[in-house]
Design a protein around this ligand. Structure first.
Ligand code: A5P
Length: 204
């Protein structure tokens, strides 16, 4: 099997356990959605497939920042949304692992990450604003603009409430040439694994 590895703290737990399973003899290959996850998996000795030589994955596992009852998600809190979306799209089965705090009635409280090209990013930023959105450029602790693994920037869009029309929002943003991808993961039909504080796990 070839498996896609997600990004973030939840995915990091998953990778940790997958490394243990590989040491027990599980035969898989992986691809990763970020240099951070790649580093963790490589340190653990999991063999990698060449992402440029394959077109599908058997499974992809990832976390999410928010997920609603229709399994619409906001992702990209860790800045890996573009590779996450490509990997999720390549997977025959996409599995999302969240704790109960990520489950919401409607997505939109978590700021929506939008990956934008660094080239002319200010123009793209203004175009996003002109559509009526409230973007804030993501900044690193060192005060420089956050750079994705793809060499792009991230604008976080603040809604502070439900996004009533996520498909429309996604299409509007994607129509701006400098917008590379949005963190709206819609119509992926994932299998959802929800962990609860009391230790129980439900398949959503
Ligand atoms: C990474 O870019 C994100 O999409 C993560 O999947 C998401 O932020 C979940 O991360 P945690 O598992 O750390 O909450």
């Amino acid at each position: 099997m070839i498996i896609g590895l997600g990004t973030g703290s939840t995915s990091s737990f998953f990778i940790h356990h997958l490394i243990n399973r590989c040491h027990e003899g599980l035969k898989i290959k992986v691809v990763a959605t970020s240099s951070k996850s790649e580093h963790q998996a490589k340190l653990g000795g999991i063999p990698f497939a060449d992402i440029d030589a394959i077109t599908t994955l058997d499974l992809a596992f990832d976390g999410a920042d928010e997920i609603d009852k229709k399994n619409n998600m906001i992702k990209g809190g860790g800045g890996a949304l573009l590779r996450e979306k490509i990997i999720a799209n390549m997977a025959k089965q996409f599995i999302v692992m969240v704790d109960e705090s990520k489950c919401v009635d409607a997505i939109g409280h978590f700021p929506l990450p939008v990956e934008i090209a660094s080239f002319a990013h200010l123009a793209t930023f203004e175009k996003i604003k002109a559509l009526g959105f409230r973007p804030i450029m993501r900044i690193c602790p060192m005060q420089s603009l956050f750079l994705t693994d793809n060499g792009n920037f991230i604008a976080d869009l603040h809604f502070d409430g439900p996004i009533h029309n996520p498909h429309e929002v996604h299409l509007l943003l994607k129509a701006i040439p400098g917008v590379v991808e949005t963190g709206l993961f819609l119509d992926f039909h994932p299998k959802v694994v929800i962990g609860y504080k009391n230790g129980t796990v439900k398949l959503g």
